[in-house]
Design a protein around this ligand. Structure first.
Ligand code: AMP
Ligand code: MG
Length: 499
């Protein structure tokens, strides 16, 4: 198979014009090795797993040999990083090979992350240590298994070359897949330069590529509809993160995708012990991206998207600036409603109720409050609660060693009474709970163990975790260790960007 399965690679984004990217081939590496290939995903993308796993395939995934039909690029963007404006960023260590049409009929970007320098690398080396590759693979694939919109990991490659960070670390390349890598920061880049034509071209492209079904072409207000759609997608996304105890860690506007997928698994983590003010990122000294701040930061980021789209909402939709502004404000105001509605719905399901309601919502909030007071383990609490509805022989988490704190007793009584009051059978509630509350989350200390192994060339823990997290709701005793919170010695306090 001469051109591998990449012979159908497309380059629709390039057609937007040269101001959107730079031509950039990956820089070859000396001794690439395939660590893991995501065969299931390859098939969904109409790519041939056998070809990707071959020697030729590895050359492509390592950036060592790019077939003639592929026109690799680095894309340009800007962004607010930790609240500060940066007028030019871009793919500094990521190279877009092109797009494939997948089995679901959608178009996906295939990107090599860590494939060498680009015109946007600034002081960086364009490379990635193996650690961040391992983390992104595990966490993004777990997110996908949880049903959260996210970029995916198609492959992890060891480069055989060291990269210089705290010391010399082994290098890696992640093949990342996304519905697109277009960011709020991409809009901002052109908006800040006053290049309205490019903002419009990009907006039209995003509508066509991501929101065509929601925004019929005949609509008279396509840009208002676009803002509405992206705001809703982000509100729901962040509600999903929070229902899983996920902290993104670096919610800069360049790390917010217009397609609504989670991107950039740098200093991210799932919480063990619940603390709404929890921060993981080593560089987030102000706690800007703490767990409980995420919804509000999402809104702040989206206000910059609104700012970029405003001129289109006015001029192209025949409104004056004042009324365009009013519309944008109303859309942003509604963000909080969408977020809260979705969050409450997800919390209700986590507790076995089919929907949120005036009775369920205070109960959910009360539980979170108790969990915070006790520092209860976020994921384990919900799975253990489900066990309260199980006959003793079928319990997985509730046992002599693990119980919920005594302070939960009244709450548990009230919860079971409400389930009863709503005529929800314990079995039914339990089934719903166990399909919404993962038995396994990629806990930081386990991710750290996988990274430490990978740094020594031992990928067994990584591979085992990747297998377990592909089915995170299916508890099995053999994988019980992955349900457990860290011991005090195992606890990881901070995660690093790995840039
Ligand atoms: P991030 O914090 O991962 O969102 O990255 C912020 C910006 O820094 C992006 O433009 C990245 O492309 C760039 N960047 C991060 N790490 C590197 C690196 N090792 N080499 C070049 N550019 C980098
Ligand atoms: Mg980024």
């Amino acid at each position: 198979m001469a051109l591998l399965s990449f012979e159908n690679l497309q380059h629709s984004y390039k057609q937007l014009g040269e101001q959107f990217y730079s031509m950039q081939a990956p820089t070859p590496v000396t001794a690439p090795m395939l660590i893991r290939l995501n065969r299931e995903l390859a098939e969904q993308l109409n790519l041939d797993p056998a070809a990707l796993a071959s020697e030729e395939g590895l050359k492509l995934l390592a950036g060592n040999a790019i077939p003639d039909n592929i026109e690799p690029i680095a894309t340009v963007y800007a962004g607010h990083q930790f609240g500060g404006w940066n007028p030019q960023l871009g793919d500094g260590r990521a190279i877009l090979l092109g797009e494939v049409l997948a089995q679901d009929g959608r178009r996906y970007d295939i990107q090599l992350k860590g494939a060498g320098r680009t015109p946007y690398s600034r002081m960086g080396d364009g490379r990635s240590p193996i650690g961040p590759v391992i983390r992104e693979y595990l966490v993004s694939e777990a997110m996908a298994a949880f049903g959260v919109p996210t970029t995916r990991a198609l492959a992890a490659v060891a480069t055989g070359e060291p990269v210089m960070r705290e010391g010399l670390l082994p290098g890696g390349i992640l093949t990342r897949v996304a519905q697109s890598h277009l960011r709020v920061g991409t809009m901002q880049y052109f908006s800040a330069r006053g290049d309205l034509e490019s903002v419009k071209a990009l907006a039209d492209y995003v509508i066509e590529r991501h929101y065509a079904e929601q925004i019929e072409q005949s609509r008279e207000e396509p840009y208002t509809a676009l803002l509405t759609s992206i705001v809703a997608a982000q509100a729901q996304l962040i509600a999903q993160w929070m229902s899983l105890g996920f902290i993104h860690g670096v919610m800069n506007t360049d790390n917010m995708l217009l397609c609504g997928e989670t991107v950039d698994y740098g200093p991210c983590a799932f919480m063990d012990s619940y603390n709404p003010m929890k921060v993981f990122s080593s560089i987030d000294t102000q706690g800007r991206y703490a767990f409980a701040n995420q919804a509000e930061i999402g809104r702040w980021n989206l206000s910059w998207l609104a700012q970029a789209l405003l001129p289109l909402m006015a001029e192209a939709e025949g409104a004056d600036e004042q009324s365009a502004l009013k519309k944008a404000e109303a859309i942003l105001e509604n963000y909080s409603n969408i977020f809260m509605g979705h969050y409450q719905h997800l919390l209700a399901e986590k507790l076995g109720f089919a929907e949120a309601s005036e009775e369920v919502n205070p109960l959910s909030l009360k539980l979170l409050q108790l969990m915070a007071e006790e520092g209860a383990d976020f994921s384990l609490t919900f799975r253990t609660l489900a066990d309260h509805l199980a006959p003793p022989g079928e319990r997985q988490f509730l046992n002599d060693i693990h119980t919920l704190p005594d302070t939960f007793a009244n709450w548990i009584e009230a919860w079971q009474a409400l389930l009863g009051g709503k005529n929800i059978a314990p079995q039914e509630a339990r089934r719903l709970m166990n399909s919404k509350n993962p038995a396994y989350i990629p806990r930081n200390h386990q991710v750290e163990t996988a990274i430490q192994g990978a740094m020594q060339g031992d990928y067994s823990h990584f591979n085992r975790m990747a297998d377990v997290f592909a089915r995170p709701y299916e508890y099995s005793e053999t994988n019980h260790e992955f349900t457990l919170p860290p011991t005090p010695e195992e606890e990881v306090q901070r995660t690093f960007c790995g840039t």
